[in-house]
Design a protein around this ligand. Structure first.
Ligand code: ZN
Length: 123
């Protein structure tokens, strides 16, 4: 997983001419709003960083650092029950946002002559 050095968002994997790339697209209007000097698209060819990544992995999982690396990974692991709870909260939040959008859309209609009754029963 790679993050963009300009905006710190996660990059997207992309294939071009049979080579793997990491890409970050950042619309100009977002860059202006967030006061970022971000190119429209940032590309990084994976082959340019493989040696560096291999070296770091070799060090992290080498005999001198292995125990520390495993402990660090275990600290960051999420309990499956906690992960399920996080997922449920995200789904609930998404439903709440949709309900809010639907209510707003209905409120914008002509004071909702027919629809509010249906919505009140659904909620
Ligand atoms: Zn970016």
């Amino acid at each position: 997983m790679l993050f963009c050095g300009y905006c710190e968002r996660r990059t997207q994997g992309n294939w071009n001419n049979r080579q793997a790339y990491y890409r970050c697209r950042f619309p100009a209007q977002y860059a202006i709003v967030n006061d970022l000097d971000h190119p429209k698209v940032v590309y990084l060819r994976e082959s340019e960083i493989l040696d560096e990544v291999d070296g770091r992995l070799g060090t992290a999982f080498g005999p001198e650092r292995l125990e520390h690396t495993i402990a660090a990974m275990a600290e960051q692991a999420i309990d499956p029950k906690e992960a399920a709870l996080i997922d449920l909260r995200k789904r609930l939040s998404k439903c709440d946002r949709k309900l809010s959008q639907y209510r707003s859309a209905l409120d914008e209609r002509v004071a909702g002559e027919r629809f509010p009754v249906i919505v009140d029963r659904a909620v």
